[in-house]
Structure formats: structure tokens, C-alpha cells
Design a protein around this ligand. Structure first.
Ligand code: HEC
Length: 191
């Protein structure tokens, strides 16, 4: 006789238990908030060589994997022979959680690439890494292009004095010619 109220009571209890358990059982996404603040360095592709490189500086580690666009994941954080273009680099940890960073590999003309290399090689520490002398900082490609005439006057013609500033040696004849050739070809990053 008391079986019906008992069953209904049991049923209600079961439903309550089920709801409670289901709430607790809510799956937490193990990849939620995966955010690596990915940092990278890159070198641009020169001429038609498709020789850009990408180095993922952070995150690095034994269990990390790296992917360029839809390519295969690799354990190396270093990509070579990268053509000019826009890329998405994906990093993946051992749980399969991913984070991405977007970057662009530029196409430098060979003459600009040569000038950029000599500026990086000879104009630091006075005009690179945020340092400004004579109003000049050459950290960006745009600053080299915009100041090409002054760069030539000082580093090629030496008027009124040569850059790199004494007591540093002036550029070699070969390096001076690289600046002249680049400007004569148009003086953009594509030249
Ligand atoms: C050891 C430090 C030092 C190095 C290396 C150096 N500079 Fe300078 N540069 C200076 C200082 C100091 C000034 C400001 C005084 C002056 O103009 O002479 C200056 C000024 C300049 C100016 C602006 C003045 C103007 O006449 O327009 C240019 C352009 C310049 N440097 C180009 C270069 C280039 C290109 C290189 C590398 C090939 C270079 N410098 C290497 C110290 C340096």
C-alpha cells in the first residue's frame, strides 16, 4: 500500500540526484585560457629565393609542437625557406591545446637586403635598438628608406664627417657601393 508514495519519493530523489550530479559533472575545457603570449623573430625573404625564416622564441619546450598554416606539426620552433606572405603559426602543447600568432614575411629586394644587413652590422649601437643619435634611429625598414639620402651623405660621401662615427672605421668601398646601388635602383625595400 505504501509502495506508491515510496516509489514516487524514490523517483523524485533520483531526479534531484541526477540533476545535482550532472551539474557537478560539467566538463571543464582543459584548453580554456590557453594563452602563450607567443613571441617570435623572423628574417625576410630576399628576391625570389623564398628564404625567409621564423623562430618561435616563446613558448619553447620538449613537448611543444609548431605548425605553419596548415602544414604538419613539427617539434622544431624554427622554420626555414619561407616564401613571402602572411602566415599563421600554431603552437600546441602536450594536452593538444593550441594558440596562434599571425605574422608576415616580407619580400626584400636584394639591394635593400644588402643595405639592411650593413646598417644592422655597422650602425649599432648608435642608431639601433631604440637608440637615437643625430635624430636617427634605423630599427625599422621605413626609417632606413625615409633617411636614405642622409645615410648616403654621411656613410658614402662622408660630409661633413663619415658615419660610422670616428674612431670607428668608415664603411668599405664595397659596402658604400651597396648603398649607392640601392638608392640608384629606387631606394625602396623592393629594390
Ligand atoms: C659610434 C656611434 C655611431 C655609429 C656606429 C654610427 N653613427 Fe651615425 N651618428 C652618430 C652621432 C653621435 C650622430 C650625431 C652627430 C653627427 O651628426 O655627426 C650621428 C648622426 C647620424 C645621422 C644624422 C645626421 C645627418 O647628417 O643627417 C645619420 C644619417 C647617420 N648618423 C648615419 C649613420 C649610419 C648610416 C651609420 C652606419 C653605417 C652610422 N650613422 C653609424 C653616431 C654613430
Amino acid at each position: 500500500m505504501r509502495i506508491v508514495p515510496f516509489l514516487s519519493c524514490l523517483f523524485t530523489f533520483t531526479v534531484i540526484l541526477f540533476i545535482a550530479c550532472n551539474k557537478k559533472g560539467t566538463v571543464i575545457d582543459p584548453c580554456a585560457n590557453t594563452n602563450y603570449n607567443i613571441t617570435f623573430s623572423k628574417t625576410e625573404s630576399i628576391g625570389t629565393l623564398n628564404n625567409g625564416t621564423i623562430s618561435i622564441m616563446q613558448p619553447q619546450g620538449d613537448t611543444m609542437q609548431y605548425q605553419l598554416n596548415n602544414g604538419a606539426f613539427q617539434s622544431s620552433w624554427y622554420f626555414t625557406n619561407v616564401a613571402p606572405g602572411n602566415y599563421i603559426v600554431t603552437v600546441k602543447n602536450q594536452k593538444g591545446c593550441t594558440d596562434t600568432v599571425h605574422l608576415t614575411i616580407l619580400n626584400y629586394g636584394p639591394k635593400f637586403a644588402a643595405v639592411k644587413q650593413l646598417v644592422v652590422g655597422y650602425c649599432g649601437p648608435c642608431h639601433l635598438g631604440g637608440t637615437v643619435n643625430g635624430g636617427m634611429n634605423f630599427d625599422t625598414d621605413a626609417s632606413i628608406v625615409a633617411n636614405k639620402t642622409r645615410i648616403k651623405v654621411r656613410a658614402v660621401d662622408g660630409i661633413p664627417t663619415f658615419m660610422p662615427e670616428a674612431p670607428n672605421a668608415p664603411l668599405s668601398t664595397v659596402d658604400k657601393q651597396k648603398i649607392t646601388d640601392w638608392i640608384n635602383a629606387g631606394g625602396t625595400i623592393q629594390n
